[in-house]
Design a protein around this ligand. Sequence first.
Ligand code: ATP
Ligand code: MG
Length: 371
Amino acid sequence: MDELPKLVDVEPCKLGRSFENGNIKFYDNFGIIALQFKRSVGPVEAGTMICFGDKIDIIRGFPKIRRTLMLYPSLENHFKDEVAVEEKMNGYNVRIALVNNKIIAFTRGGFICPYTTKKAPEIMDMSAFFIDHPELVICGEMVGSENPYVTHNYREIGKLGFRIFDLREKGTNKALSVKDKIKLLESYSLPRVKFFGLLKIDEAPEKIFELINKLGIEDREGVVIKDPNMIIEPIKYTSSQAHNGELEYAFTYPFDFGRAFFFSRVIREGFQAFELDETDDEITNRAHKLGESILYPMIDAIKNIAEGNHASEDILIHVENLKEAENFVRHLRDLGVIATVHSYGKGKAIIRREHQSTSDRISNFLRGGLY
Ligand code: ATP
Ligand code: MG
């Protein structure tokens, strides 16, 4: 309690209060004892883990990336004369660091994920990197068609892959510049997100629209626009296909998502159509796709429940034995997800995730319940 406030630059009384009201919690799992930040406290991001081992390791939360709805003038207002543009990959956020001499993978909220901790070293060899740079945190996206959180098909990745987008210092969360990051990752042959290059600020909106158009056609999510020196915070911008894809997924389980989720995606479509100065035909086309992404999955969801099924989702993961699958389900429950091991065989486990509110509410309306 004496050391801690100095380590994280938060007033002692504020830390104490956060602990009392549950914003900071004790964490003891998978052999790591830590303080887990459920919410941000002063400058310390939610998802931060202060791990106690031979020494104290502070793995700061990954900072939230804000979004622009209008590339012009957002970029000009926000950045200096140049921006670095990277692909935004659609998977789940992972921070990997050396804690107590072990390579540990944390997901967004600061949870150690047993699956990711096991898989990441199988996908890429980080041992040499961490021997030379034990004070760095690898921030990246776990992606692919067979991962337990966010599945997306990338032809160059297939079932499971990892793409690194940031290298940050433990403790301070300071990020390496885009150039230094690329150089370091290349020297250890570690996989990184695609770098589309440096753009002058006045040509950036047009070039980014070209990129977004191409990415969208290939069913890819979008871009993250960064200050080459990583001093100013990054900004994200996404394709119409990404918005529709997320709506389609969310309307398959409509009552398990907050309303803000749906609203935000519709707003993005509105501003994108406006900024692109679309023709009537283009707008009609956009409206069609938006409507289809909402209505088709919604009607399918009702049909499914009317036929007596549950709103559930099957997730395929590769594990060595049943116990590993059960461990993972326990981890999902810690995250508040209702899931069971549906089946296991030959290294493959099907995890069944229940979307309970969707099942309950739709069946209630089908029985005539009032909305
Ligand atoms: P949050 O911002 O809290 O993660 P969100 O679901 O709104 O939640 P996204 O819309 O997916 O987040 O955008 C931010 C996330 O994008 C980052 O947390 C990171 O996991 C991911 N990401 C993918 N590619 C990159 C990249 N090149 N640079 C930075 N982040 C990236
Ligand atoms: Mg994402």
